[in-house]
Design a protein. Structure first.
Length: 133
């Protein structure tokens, strides 16, 4: 089974959403994890935005890139920063998505930012799953 790792800064939203989508669409074909340069916790608005499209990420936990090991077949960074890629990784992809956790305003405005990023990540993950077979 191919091993796919999604990375972002805090492993709180973008990489968690990508992990959730790949598990939904192709979890039977891939080992899927996500991690960050600094583990924090899964953002509640990420959990909420994903539940709106039928993907439950409430049980996922934030992990540091040091916790997930190396030798991944595919590593996808979903942040706009430079994430460190674990050694001995195969295909490396960079998807630049803004951090929805930085959105300001009322909760509904912040949730809208999470939905926008969620929808973009979903399109890319579907495409990746198809590309990897």
């Amino acid at each position: 089974m191919k091993r796919v790792l999604f990375l972002c800064s805090h492993n709180a939203a973008r990489s968690q959403m990508a992990e959730g989508f790949l598990r939904k669409y192709a979890g039977d074909r891939f080992v899927v994890e996500s991690a960050g340069t600094k583990a924090t916790k899964v953002h509640p608005l990420a959990v909420r935005a994903m539940s709106e499209v039928g993907v439950d990420i409430a049980g996922q936990r934030s992990k540091s890139v040091d916790d997930v090991g190396e030798a991944w077949d595919v590593v996808v960074t979903v942040c706009d920063a430079n994430c460190p890629i674990p050694p001995r990784s195969g295909l490396k992809l960079r998807w630049s998505f803004p951090d929805p956790a930085l959105a300001g305003g009322a909760e509904e405005d912040r949730l809208a930012a999470f939905r926008t990023v969620r929808d973009g990540i979903e399109k890319r993950v579907r495409s990746l799953a198809a590309r990897l077979g």
